[in-house]
Design a protein around this ligand. Structure first.
Ligand code: ZN
Length: 455
């Protein structure tokens, strides 16, 4: 009872907190910035960006004589402005304190806190790609009504899993559908369509043959039914064979890398022919061993604030590194990560549409807000330039989201796009880790409080 009362009180507190909206404030002019606009174009020096009522009103050469009137001017001399990052594969309400998986974690407070953490770290839009309780629809409505803040939320609702199979997380009954027949699967898709999900998610993974995989008749039905509702389908995948079957079944988005082997040219060509998206989630496999293998990444305040004290204590426990590095899971994850890096480079060089996501929030160690900056670093390690990596996380991912919802204009700093951007105090094109030098985040044209520590 006390618990329920406490929950009600805190929900009331959330709802009562007045959020600033861009409509209530003067236009803001970011003056004399170096601009990376998300299109992939090289940096443009000496630019003025005006934000009005939540959108980008203009992008112009910096004024040199009279300063414009009736705007709030923010001096950005020496700063670099990039679009807010977008994660097309994240999760909400799976972890408690980022530190443990719990079927009790899907609460309004926890979900809202995670959305706020993403936003503070410059991730201004996320897709919560499955295992959401139906509460997500209400939170999305509240957010659209300006009652709660945080990263703009798109959702795949519960998603379609397998009885006794994937996803194998510790979930509440009402966090996932596990249909046993194609008809049941169609009904589940219809129910999510009725809630206006942004897309449909399904899991195709046999866990190296240890768990039952989804019957092809079921994923074929899911994709067909989703397409009847004009919904795109994103699939969790691991093997090349499964990925090929899914392409043949008309899947729209791969939510992970192919990791059991290197991709072949027939697969690459099929993605090009069908315009299938591929989200590599490189930081995912790496997160299994990163903190044991490279404990120095945990030293920054930027990392520590995102991780939070409970996870940090786990990762810094005296026996953690040794146990982790000698585990079979780590050995497998290292192999998977190496293949994922290689496949990403192959597919990108071939011209496949590459999205950006991390699977942050799904497992302890995949840290909302931090993982996205780590993913950028991984993309560069895989052979992309920092500009190419940032373009995937912004303009390209915005293009993916627009295919999901044509009303969305995110990922670019251009007229009429949502005024979601990050002001950096260091140049991310020189070193992509400089995306962590966050001076300020604006989301819908409003300054986000408490940016993370820069080091
Ligand atoms: Zn996921």
């Amino acid at each position: 009872m006390m618990r329920i009362l406490a929950l009600m009180l805190s929900v009331a507190a959330l709802a009562a907190a007045p959020l600033t909206t861009a409509a209530q404030q003067k236009p803001i002019l970011l003056h004399d910035a170096a601009l990376v606009d998300g299109t992939g174009a090289q940096v443009r020096p000496h630019v003025d960006i005006t934000m009005r009522k939540g959108t980008i009103e203009s992008v112009r050469p910096a004024f040199t004589k009279k300063s414009p009137k009736n705007v709030d001017i923010v001096d950005c001399t020496g700063k670099v402005v990039i679009p807010g990052l977008i994660s097309a594969h994240s999760h909400l309400g799976v972890l408690l304190n980022n530190a443990e998986t719990s079927s009790n974690a899907y609460t309004p407070e926890n979900v809202t806190a995670t959305l706020n953490q993403f936003e503070r770290y410059g991730v201004t839009t996320i897709v919560s790609l499955g295992v959401n309780r139906d509460l997500v629809y209400d939170l999305r409505d509240q957010q659209r009504a300006g009652k709660i803040g945080g990263a703009t939320l798109l959702t795949a609702g519960r998603g379609i899993g397998v009885p006794n199979g994937a996803p194998g997380m510790n979930l509440a009954q009402d966090q996932i559908y596990r249909p046993a027949t194609p008809d049941e699967a169609r009904k589940d898709v219809d129910e999510m369509a009725g809630h206006h999900v942004d897309l449909i998610k399904l899991w195709l993974d046999s866990g190296h043959g240890k768990i039952p995989s989804m019957d092809p008749a079921i994923y074929t039905a899911v994709i067909d039914e989703a397409h009847k509702h004009h919904l795109k389908v994103a699939a969790h995948v691991y093997t090349l064979a499964d990925a090929k079957s899914l392409v043949n079944a008309n899947v729209d988005i791969f939510a992970h890398s192919v990791r059991d082997q290197t991709v072949d040219s027939a697969f690459t060509q099929s993605l090009l022919d069908r315009k299938t998206w591929y989200i590599p989630t490189l930081a995912l496999d790496e997160a299994f061993y990163l903190y044991a293998a490279s404990p120095e990444v945990m030293q920054s305040q930027f990392f520590q604030q995102a991780a939070g004290p409970q996870l940090l204590a786990k990762l810094q426990a005296p026996d953690y590194a040794e146990k982790n590095l000698s585990s079979e899971q780590t050995e497998q994850a290292k192999k998977d990560h190496a293949i994922a890096m290689q496949n990403l480079k192959t597919l990108r060089d071939a011209g496949v549409s590459i999205g950006f996501g991390t699977d942050s929030g799904a497992v302890p160690g995949r840290i909302p807000g931090y993982s996205e900056h780590r993913e950028l670093e991984d993309l560069v390690a895989a052979g992309l330039t920092p500009l190419q990596a940032i373009t995937l996380a912004t303009g390209e991912n915005g293009r993916l989201l627009r295919e999901i919802n044509p009303k969305l204009s995110v990922g670019l700093i251009q007229t009429d796009y949502s005024a979601d951007l990050i002001i950096l105090s260091a140049d991310p094109l020189l070193d992509v880790r400089n995306t962590r030098h966050i001076e300020a985040v604006y989301h819908h044209g409003v300054l986000v409080p408490n940016p993370p520590p820069q080091n």
